[in-house]
Design a protein around this ligand. Structure first.
Ligand code: ATP
Length: 198
């Protein structure tokens, strides 16, 4: 089995996350996608609770599964109730799936932050890494060469310009965001009056 791990704060999940997962599934021939809802140590006052973020990730998972059941949500990082690190998540996944191929899916912005991640070099021996280009950061510093030379990394052209930050700001400004959100996530946000107050 080819398992993908896709971590995020999902505050909220958006069409960029959905498109990335669907694209990864087809391009990389992934059988299963684990959506891991991460702790958000830099939580802003406008952020949704852990419970809401997990429920919205489940909405995202349902949308992914509309075109073939493959994704599930993991609350493992949230349950730890302390800062979570991707390397710990990957060790956990490796223990669960010792014989399977594992690929970590990350956006380019996250990838550029790798050198500040705990034990990031260990990730290269735990999994393959698929990096999805993110148009909004074009023009910034490119990913460090030392990272790109690593054999387990594949950089994938991708352009779906949407971010959770933009969505939170648009909602707080009273603007429509339905075009940026999977329908179930949009419904959930409206039902629970999330992100209304700036
Ligand atoms: P925020 O705006 O709050 O920082 P975000 O939109 O980056 O949020 P996250 O939940 O932090 O969303 O993202 C989870 C993962 O998805 C990260 O690896 C991030 O780089 C990637 N990602 C999110 N949106 C995109 C996008 N539009 N294109 C490519 N990668 C993305």
């Amino acid at each position: 089995m080819h398992l993908a791990v896709f971590g995020g704060t999902f505050d909220p999940p958006h069409n960029g996350h959905l498109a990335l997962c669907l694209y990864a599934r087809e391009l990389l021939e992934i059988d299963r996608i684990l959506l891991s809802v991460s702790n958000n140590p830099f939580k802003q006052h406008r952020s949704a609770s852990d419970e809401h973020r997990k429920r919205m990730a489940e909405c995202l998972s349902l949308e992914i599964n509309l075109t073939g059941s493959c994704s599930q949500v993991s609350g493992w990082e949230l349950e730890k109730q302390q800062p979570s690190y991707t390397v710990d998540l990957l060790h956990y996944v490796r223990r669960l799936y010792p014989d399977d191929r594992v690929t970590l899916l990350v956006g380019e912005d996250s990838f550029r932050e790798f050198p500040s991640w705990k034990d990031y070099e260990m990730l290269f021996s735990l999994c393959d890494i698929a990096v999805f280009r993110r148009a909004s950061i074009e023009g910034g510093a490119p990913p460090p060469d030392s990272l790109l030379q690593n054999g387990s990394i594949e950089v994938i052209d991708f352009a779906c310009e949407v971010s959770s930050t933009d969505i939170r700001e648009l909602i707080a400004a009273g603007q429509s965001v339905s075009e940026f959100l999977p329908p179930r996530v949009n419904r959930y946000i409206r039902e629970h009056d999330l992100y209304l107050h700036s």
